[in-house]
Write a protein that binds this ligand. Sequence first.
Ligand code: F6P
Length: 560
Amino acid sequence: MDNRFDRPRGDGAPGAERDHRALTESVQWRALASHFRAVEGLTLRDLFDADPDRGVALAAEGGGLYLDYSKNRVTRETVRLLVDLARARGLEARRDAMFRGERINVTEDRPVLHVALRAPKGVAIVVDGRDVVLDVHAVLEQMAEFADRVRNGLWTGHTGKRIRTVINIGIGGSYLGPEMACRALRTFADPGIAVRFVANIDGEAFRAATADLDPAETLFIVCSKTFTTEETMANARAARQWCIAGLGTDAAVASHFVAVSTNAAEVARFGIDTARMFVFWDWVGGRYSLGSAVGLSLMIAIGPARFREMLAGFRDMDEHFCAAPLERNLPVLLGVLGIWYNNFFGMETQAILPYAHGLGRLPAYLEQLQMESNGKHVDIAGRPVAYDTGPIVWGEPGVDAQHSFYQLLHQGTKAIPCDLIGFCRSQADLPGHQDLLIANLLAQAEALAFGQSAARLAEQGVPAAQIPYRVCEGNRPTNVILGESLSPRTLGALVALYEHAVFTQGVVWGIDSFDQWGVELGKVLARRIATEIRGRAHEPAHDSSTRTLIGRYLARRVGG
Ligand code: F6P
């Protein structure tokens, strides 16, 4: 297996030759590197044989979640060394700086305060002389009042009809969190109000979301931190036209549109009265914004009380992250284990495998959270990093995926660390189903860890010719995360667990986990090419591939 710790990145990444070695030359990194050489050959079978208690000892609890990390390719010493590294990289000081509201997002010169979104009343977090927790609670109350009016039928559409469908128009962080959470908490939702999402600029996304709807009963939430995102604004314009065409008057916009944004000027320019705007702040990153007004669609679905329960769950994990010793701290453990595989074993991906139907969109949500945060090639001082940063995160609901890509997990040539997430109680009480679901989760973790040897297959009478095909080497690492049930509170804790694990990794790698400059170039180029397509031409400056593709598209598009 490829390991990365003692060689510069040889991948031709820009600036790879200008090594920045502060991390990899630290005493703690070197200690891990030499420890890695000693333990890399140990199998999970060896580790369990040598330490019969590890299934109990290598586990921790916090925020209502139980993390069994015993089926990782680590010894107790590995964990100690990994935690030492995090400590030496200043994790605790940086965490405290975040919670105090310091400007730790240096490239955007902003505080990082999603944790303020779930701070209880009475806790003060001061930014530029202002207690932002007071602002947070004022917006929560505004959201609750509005959500209750929609839920009770007091907020009606232009013709006086009740709102039956809420459509959140937004993309990225202004969509993935509420969509994931609405699905996760569907059993808590008001059955009389459907919540849908339009993110993709493909016209089919808008058409499909509205095809069976009556504009008189539909409320749009235009959700965009900047209120300038092309996809969202195009969909919002389509929604306005659909609404006006359906209801016959521009005046309908007032009853059928609200906005969630940091940008009051653009909201007003679009034509939504800022009295119907729910604000958040530039210190909330889009991918960290579920607990802000971005969660308005979720609050309408599940009600303000349950939304507050979710915030309490976030807070449970925040408190655990701040108070628990690093050695028993769930986000820290998840974070450093990820570093162990990413940087020492050279495992490039990580799979998220929820064993709960409601968590079907959790992998997509965590893809943005983790990859937009930690997919960085320079450190916080702008120097190219000499080590790998964020892994490729992907996944699907586990039990479905067992019947598709788990083959590769068990017998492929790549080892992929997996997080298996499940609950002791189901949201739906179908006799026997939960037992079977959790049996599958546990069986997969066991099979991935211990596999099936040729000797065992022979004992079972498997014909010799088949044995090579049926051997499972095992030694594939997993974390098992177990909660009581998928409730608003547990969901909040689960999301905060990953937020802080991402934070932990970012601190160790010394990167800014809160900017996303990499997505900007594509936006600029898309704008330029859209202008060219509208003008039925292309700039000669494009490469021959882009030129040819634009030409082909122009010749074949509708009206081309
Ligand atoms: O393009 C990436 C991004 O900037 C994300 O970070 C963000 O969540 C998303 O676009 C949507 O941005 P906005 O909320 O400003 O529309």
